[in-house]
Design a protein around this ligand. Sequence first.
Ligand code: 0CH
Ligand code: SF4
Length: 318
Amino acid sequence: MKVILAQPRGFCAGVVRAIDIVERALDRYGAPVYVRHEIVHNRHVVEALKAKGAVFVDELDEVPRGARTIFSAHGVAREVEAKARERNLPVLDATCPLVTKVHMQGRRYAAAGRTVILIGHAGHAEVEGTLGQIDAPVHLVGNSSDVGALAIPEHEPVAYITQTTLSVDDTREVIAALEARFLDVVGPSTSDICYATQNRQTAVRDLCRVVDLLLVVGAPNSSNSNRLREIGDDLGVPSYLVADGSSLDRSWFSGKSRIGLTAGASAPDSLVQDVIARLRDFARIEVSTLDGIIEKVEFSLPAELRHSPAHSEAIAAE
Ligand code: 0CH
Ligand code: SF4
């Protein structure tokens, strides 16, 4: 079997930064440090950090007063920030700067008198955070049929913002529906879908032209990973979201000779290697990488952590 890897795949700059923040906080302040929500949506990453002394909580009520607390890469609502102040928690914010940019954009549109529409998936952590970062009513739409149901007059000035990890194609359709429904619509030139999401989706599309089965390494609750699997399915390539090598089912590969392999932005490379090792149990394989974009994006760390050693590469390899 040929195994062809997508380029780019795996960790994005926001995930590297978020994991570094937890690692460096542990180094600098010692265990425990508390993390609200999974730092990124990957159980292996969470378990590796837990083993080093991070304590993951769903809500800030579970954090002892005054204890060092980290917000996840997906961002939080303003009421969560307020709760942290009320409980006197020293906070390190691992919200990806590209998510923060969407918060600021939404606030700017609201301040300019526009009704803000967020394109995103109800209940997702990033969407909850973005809805709660704008001090004005925000309307959430998940797809183009939700646009028809919006209780906003057609002449009202509206602006859209988006979740960062959506399908580029689906979002284009929702924006077209908004433009058809409202007379005065503004939004970011393409959308707020981030560079990493777009690049990984383009790479999967290219990969699907040359493979007859697609494996996406990622967690079931990872939005960007799910979108990669859907692209494969939409292109008629049988596609599976797998947590690691143990998720593979030998029967999937019967009659398949070219296996595409990619990973969501929150999936460490060690899990990709684990999948490759498992494939070796099934057949003799030859591994190559399809040409694609080389990413060079890096985000700076909070000032108080800049001088501690970096660790995300170690986590990626664990
Ligand atoms: O793709 P989602 O947003 O579910 O998150 P993830 O899998 O943790 O990947 C990192 C993206 C974080 C926020 O954009
Ligand atoms: Fe940031 Fe994009 Fe990565 Fe999300 S997927 S953490 S927005 S770079």
